[in-house]
Design a protein around this ligand. Structure first.
Ligand SMILES: [Zn+2]
Length: 301
């Protein structure tokens, strides 16, 4: 009897090992992702990919013309820079953003990105001296075809002057200003284009072109931008500002493939940039600064 009972015990243990353990293991492997993995992943995501709120501001021209939402006075810019200093906000460079995402190096507290689009000459004569005075950093986005020009594209239509290579070299050397691309010639002014319904006024694909033609046109524009700024061949143009803020999946992909690792739209909002997540530096939102902007409101915690 005793012998039989011991045999039965072994049978039960054997059955347990042969049947229950594999069944439990198999079931567990299916159930785990469903039951536990999701919540684990969220916790893991927060630990692995901490995020930081980054406030990007969009500015253009700084001069004393009233009544525009994209032009602010010198006084307003000085107030902004003073506000940044007084409230422990920290303007950051493109390298600091890349180091945070790609190398896990922490950003300073309350990071702010100052961006100036279009390459206006007053960015050199007015903005640059103020950035030096307040020791603040910014990213400037010139348009390749307007580099150093005061006429619209290849016309004789006079427009406000743009800074050129000489000014860029001086501003770059200061270590305060980064330069990104606002495209070579994909930022047209509709009212100055006689065939505005047929020309590309931003980076978007035209209805009457194939995807291949579109890709080729974009790649040519990227190349022309590089050629225009070949004085700065060693400089890494990694930031991109979408003209008019227009972008879609296809253009985003081409911009990424061209090597731009930080991109800005004109969508109003804040950003949560994540360590180890390159996409978190793409299509960043920006808050437009106008003469009416309330800094308390923008930077409320
Ligand atoms: Zn622009």
């Amino acid at each position: 009897m005793k012998n039989k009972s011991t045999k039965n015990k072994y049978k039960i243990i054997l059955l347990f090992i042969l049947f229950f353990v594999p069944t439990f293991t198999i079931l567990n492997s299916y159930l785990y992702p469903l039951v536990f993995h999701h919540s684990t992943q969220i916790v893991e995501d927060e630990t692995k990919h901490p995020s930081t709120k980054v406030t990007a501001l969009m500015l253009h021209s700084v001069c004393d013309i009233e009544g525009s939402v994209t032009i602010i006075s010198e006084k307003k810019l000085e107030n902004l820079l003073q506000y940044i200093v007084d409230n422990d906000l920290n303007t950051v460079s493109q390298k600091e953003l890349l180091d945070y995402v790609y190398a896990g190096i922490d950003l300073p507290e309350n990071p702010v990105v100052l961006t100036f689009d279009d390459g206006y000459y007053n960015n050199y004569t007015t903005v640059f001296p103020l950035l030096k005075k307040y020791h603040q950093k910014a990213i400037f986005f010139p348009i390749g075809i307007s580099n150093g020009k005061d006429v619209y594209r290849n016309t004789d239509i006079e427009i406000y002057k743009h800074y050129g290579n000489k000014e860029i070299a001086e501003m770059m050397a200061s270590g305060l200003i980064d330069f990104g691309s606002h495209t070579y010639d994909l930022h047209r002014v509709k009212k100055l284009e006689p065939n505005c319904d047929k020309v590309r006024i931003s980076v978007l694909k035209l209805d009457n072109e194939t995807e291949e033609e579109y890709k080729k046109a974009m790649q040519e524009d990227f190349k022309k931008f590089k050629d225009e700024f070949n004085n700065f061949a060693d400089y890494d143009f990694v930031a991109f500002s979408y003209p008019l803020g227009e972008h879609d999946n296809l253009s985003e992909e081409l911009v990424w493939q061209a090597g731009f690792k930080i991109s800005f739209t004109v969508n109003e909002g804040y950003n949560y940039v994540k360590k180890g997540v390159p996409e978190s530096l793409l299509c960043l939102n920006r808050i437009n600064i106008s003469e009416m902007s309330n800094f308390e409101e923008i930077f409320k915690k």
